[in-house]
Design a protein around this ligand. Structure first.
Ligand code: HEM
Length: 210
């Protein structure tokens, strides 16, 4: 079976991916301590680290949005029905039978249709929910001065923030599983470290991760 290597993730994308991963894991760990799920750093330190990581993520996302717009890479997230059912069938049945992956990765189409849908959902549902609730949380002390007090409830803000945190956690777990499903266990991980993905000509047994 012929194999070729394609350069799929450039330096900025890899840096963005790993910084984002580190910040989101920090936010999950400190967030669930604030929530009272366990004690580790202590409540006060957990709040300080959480706030610092949240602002760092804001900065990183501003850079990432700028990069996606200026390079045209935002197109990688446009939804498509092309091969959607074939990929859904692969992840629910074919993968357990060792069948080849029905989607072939190219530098212009890095994400299969299910990845596109998942990343877009994170981008337009989970992230806004976590940001908006996080900001209301952060500026709780100013609600009265800003005239927001009659319209907002801390309980609802906390509910939406924690619900979005659970969605982010569910994404992380499935993401880690899918990373192991390339043509070798570490192939997708290697691609996000080196930038290079090995793709096999027919039949293909892997896809760009995640
Ligand atoms: C992946 C991103 C994030 C996750 C997983 C996360 C998770 C959490 C969790 C689980 C809590 C505990 C909530 C409770 O029990 O009521 C929390 C609290 C909080 N989060 Fe986040 N969060 C994230 C992002 C953010 C962002 C972006 C901001 C601000 C812009 C933010 C600001 C806050 C604040 C202010 C609190 C309350 C701290 C306190 O009680 O003083 N979070 N977060």
């Amino acid at each position: 079976m012929a194999a070729s290597r394609i350069y799929i993730f450039n330096g900025f994308e890899r840096l963005w991916h790993w910084l984002q991963a580190a910040l989101i894991i920090t936010l999950l760990v400190t967030g669930f301590e604030i929530h009272g799920s366990y004690a580790n750093l202590g409540f006060k330190t957990a709040v300080q680290v959480h706030t610092l990581a949240a602002w760092s993520l804001v900065g990183l996302w501003v850079l990432a949005v700028f990069w996606h717009i200026t390079t045209g890479q935002w197109r990688q997230y446009i939804l498509t029905t092309d091969k959607f059912m074939a990929v859904a069938r692969f992840y629910s049945v074919g993968i357990f039978k060792g069948e080849p992956h029905p989607y072939k990765v190219t530098a212009l189409k890095k994400h299969n249709p299910i990845q596109r849908m998942t990343y877009l959902a994170i981008l337009i549902v989970v992230s806004p929910m976590i940001w908006v609730s996080g900001w209301f949380y952060l500026f709780y002390g100013s609600w009265r001065a800003w005239g927001l007090e009659p319209y907002l409830s801390l309980q609802w803000v906390a509910f939406f923030h924690v619900a979005a945190a659970f969605m982010m956690l569910a994404f992380l777990v499935s993401h880690l599983y899918l990373i192991t499903t390339g043509h070798t266990m570490g192939a997708h991980l290697k691609a996000m470290i080196t930038g290079w993905e090995t793709v096999h000509d027919e039949p293909d047994t892997g896809t760009a991760a995640k």
